[in-house]
Design a protein around this ligand. Structure first.
Ligand code: ADP
Ligand code: MG
Length: 384
């Protein structure tokens, strides 16, 4: 048994009284650059992190399904018929949603139930996509056990579908793509229009770099409204510019956009157009091994989100400024905005001093204590 499977194996034994057929794992993710570009048919550059969800699974000979998580140790019961009717709720909606989406995708509902135990060290709700991790861990397990022969791209689509029906939100496919296509020391460059994926070597290991994530613990109540408002502004901007999506505009179109659009819509459009360009420039810089160029693009991304897209908050700005003052290669807020996490690319030995400095700055302001931790770009989902 490898490290990481003990807890889930023990839980499986306690809950179901047997040993599982196997173990599968899928990581969470962090987005390096490319924010709010996904729903504009643009580009994102996440990587799979070294924190994952592990599942222990056994197929059953009947139609029952039993699920248990180390989160609460309570066994949840379901069956294939309820899954077909999409009758599920709570956390089990994620794994059961995956089963439902597999049936929809393959045109053939699975005929065997299963027992699954789940353990995870991806923090929930910290912007690292614990939801995609649980979806993709279950998806790779069922793909193997049922011999479905689904591709990684299929599994990502199935996970998105599961999340859409599990939580009823029209989320994109970045999280699932990062979780299945991740590679050690590489980022996942995703074209959100074509869904084309390319792994881009990061070279963090050779350069002695780690990514420090700082969860500001700020949860803004306008996060949902702000997200909807930004989406609408982007749709408005694209319509006014006569393109299907902002992805279809380039930097050269910006002077024309400025003439046509009201100042606020223009700033929203400008962020998306420049952010897409920054993702492409980041991929080029990384391929050329120019990490400092990549760092300046991270910094510029933050300025764009702060000033043009206006989705930062003082805590995120403070992390970024503190990181930059401490000599980080680059720093920016990450995620939807109005709170959540900021990231800083730093030399490994600088991570802890920077984390301490950020804690101090937050204490000086009387802000909630932030939670810093480092992540490394790691392999995507698979059997353990
Ligand atoms: P995140 O940003 O972490 O993806 P979400 O709200 O999208 O946050 O998803 C978190 C939800 O995913 C949890 O509330 C829970 O329902 C489910 N989940 C994630 N990991 C686990 C786990 N190990 N066990 C049970 N449920 C989990
Ligand atoms: Mg999620």
């Amino acid at each position: 048994m490898t490290a990481g499977t003990e807890a889930v194996a023990a839980l499986f034994g306690r809950a179901f009284g047997s040993a599982p057929a196997g173990f599968w794992r899928a990581p969470g993710r962090v987005n390096l650059i490319g924010e709010h570009t996904d729903y504009n048919d643009g580009f994102v550059l996440p990587f799979a992190i070294d924190r994952a969800t592990t599942v222990a699974v056994t197929l059953r000979d009947d139609s029952r399904i039993r699920l248990v998580s180390t989160f609460d140790g309570v066994v949840v019961e379901s069956d294939l018929d309820r899954v077909r009717r999409r009758d599920f709720d709570g956390w089990a909606a994620y794994p059961l949603g995956v089963l439902w989406a597999i049936g929809e995708h393959t045109g053939r509902a699975p005929e065997r139930g299963f027992d699954v135990a789940v353990d995870s060290d991806v923090p929930v709700g910290a912007g690292l996509s614990s939801s995609a991790a649980i979806e993709m861990a279950v998806a790779v397990a069922l793909n193997d056990l049922l011999g479905l022969g689904l591709t990684r791209a299929d599994l990502a689509r199935i996970g998105r579908r599961a999340e859409n029906i599990a939580v009823g939100a029209p989320t994109g496919i970045m999280d699932q793509s990062a979780s299945v296509f991740g590679q050690a020391d590489a980022a996942v460059f995703l074209d959100c229009r074509t869904l084309a994926v390319e792994q881009v070597p990061l070279g963090f290991d050779a350069a002695g770099l780690v990514l420090l994530v700082i969860d500001t613990k700020v949860e803004h109540q306008h996060a949902t409204g702000g997200y909807r408002d930004r989406r609408e502004a982007c749709e408005r901007g694209a319509a006014a510019m006569g393109v299907p999506a902002l992805r279809d505009l380039t930097i050269d179109d910006l002077p024309r956009a400025q003439q046509h659009l009201d100042p606020v819509t223009y700033r929203r459009v400008k962020h998306i157009v420049t952010e897409d360009a920054r993702v492409l420039a980041s991929v080029a810089a990384l391929k050329a091994g120019d990490l400092h160029r990549f760092g300046t693009l991270m910094d510029a991304s933050h300025v764009s989100m702060r000033d043009d897209f206006e989705i930062s908050v003082p805590q995120l700005d403070a992390v970024v400024e503190t990181a930059q003052a401490a000599g980080a290669i680059g720093a920016r807020m990450t995620g939807g905005g109005f709170g959540g996490c900021a990231i800083a690319l730093v030399h490994a030995q600088d991570a802890e001093p920077l984390a301490e400095r950020v804690r101090q700055v937050f204490a000086d302001h009387g802000w909630h204590e932030p939670v810093p931790f480092t992540v490394r770009p790691s392999d995507g989902a698979g059997a353990v």
